[in-house]
Design a protein around this ligand. Structure first.
Ligand code: PEP
Ligand code: MN
Length: 340
């Protein structure tokens, strides 16, 4: 349920509504707007209360939101959420296409530096890299952990880039938060609800990947877990879903999700064509398609020498392909009137 305030409602009116909501046994979340503020009523609202709230001073009307993902829903926040990073980079529909490019896993300082140097040269503003890797087998490379985080941060600072890295467990949130600018929740942990709540308690931007077996509704509800803890800085990331045919591509990249999410929610949406395809030859075409479909950014794996990569070599773009990626992405963005 949300309470929409009148345009001339005072702060006192809003406070009165919040007080009444709490009195009714619910939680209140105020969303100030340019013209009207709305107050979300959180809790099991089947018991009612809308009749009382409707007649409070300053209230225009009360809407019952049937969507289970209240905060994430466009019904609650009409305007697009734009993510602000510490160096002034923004992610959202009104901002340039955000490019998050780097290795799947941090392997060495030299490896990260080679990608970062190219990122800087091409105007890609965010360096990706995994220090904690969710590997299918416990016997494959698991990531450098803290050492990997240090490498990422140092190299990113050297080139003035922002850092995105995956946090796999709630135990590592504090550490990853210290070294990164965006926390990535991976496909495998999209349903790790304790982890979602923990990143929700930070104020760091969170990139939430879609689980490869998750419906869009489940994915939106995972975003709701984060926002319901108070962290509104959520970026949705489509990275492909598992289907019956994995002969030619690792996953099926669901680009319809981009526009569905834009309609259902106010959150920025980015696309990962690397995991979405699993094949480096498919990455660039799908990157272009994602921008054309309305994505606000791309997260892409790159490696100085993919043949030696310790993870996801087959889908990593060699660093010397990146200028072509930049050219292609710029071309599509320009064609659809989007800033790059
Ligand atoms: C990754 O970004 O390296 C990764 C493991 O992604 P996903 O969670 O989408 O598989
Ligand atoms: Mn990877």
């Amino acid at each position: 349920m949300i309470v929409v305030m009148r345009s001339d409602a005072t702060q006192e009116n809003v406070d009165g509504v919040v007080e009444k909501i709490q009195e009714l046994g619910y939680r209140a979340d105020v969303e100030p707007g340019e013209f009207t503020s709305v107050v979300a009523v959180i809790g099991d609202t089947t018991a009612g209360g809308d009749d009382v709230l409707r007649i409070l001073p300053g209230v225009d009307h009360v809407v019952r939101i049937m969507k289970p993902y209240k905060h994430v829903s466009r019904d609650f926040r009409k305007r697009d959420t734009v993510i602000d990073l510490p160096n002034g980079v923004k992610i959202g529909p009104s901002a340039p296409v955000a490019m998050m490019v780097g290795p799947c896993a941090v392997e060495s300082e030299e490896q990260v530096r080679q990608v970062a140097e190219m990122d800087k040269k091409l105007g890609f503003t965010i360096l990706r890299g995994g220090a904690f890797k969710p590997r299918t087998s416990p016997y494959t490379f698991q990531g450098l952990g803290l050492e990997g985080l240090r490498i990422l941060r140092n190299v990113a600072d050297e080139y003035g880039l922002m850092v995105i890295t995956e946090v796999m467990s709630e135990m590592d949130v504090e550490m990853c938060e210290e070294y990164s600018d965006i926390l990535q929740i991976g496909a495998r942990t999209m349903h790790a609800f304790r982890l979602l709540k923990t990143v929700g308690q930070t104020r760091k931007p969170v990139l939430l990947k879609r689980g490869f077996h998750a419906t869009i509704r489940e994915w939106l509800l995972s975003a709701e877990y984060i926002i319901s803890e108070g962290n509104w800085n959520v970026i949705m990331c489509e990275r492909g879903i598992r289907s019956f045919d994995d002969e030619f591509s690792r996953n099926v990249l669901d680009l319809t999700a981009v526009q569905i999410l834009k309609k259902e929610s106010h959150l920025p949406v980015v696309v990962d064509p690397s995991h979405g395809t699993g094949e480096r030859d498919l990455v660039m075409p799908m990157a272009k398609a994602a921008i054309a479909a309305g994505a606000d950014g791309l997260i892409i794996e790159a490696h100085p020498d993919p043949t030696t990569a310790l993870s996801d070599g087959a889908q990593s773009l060699p660093v010397d392909w990146l200028p072509e990626l930049q050219k292609q992405v710029h071309g599509i963005a320009k064609a659809i009137g989007r800033e790059v």
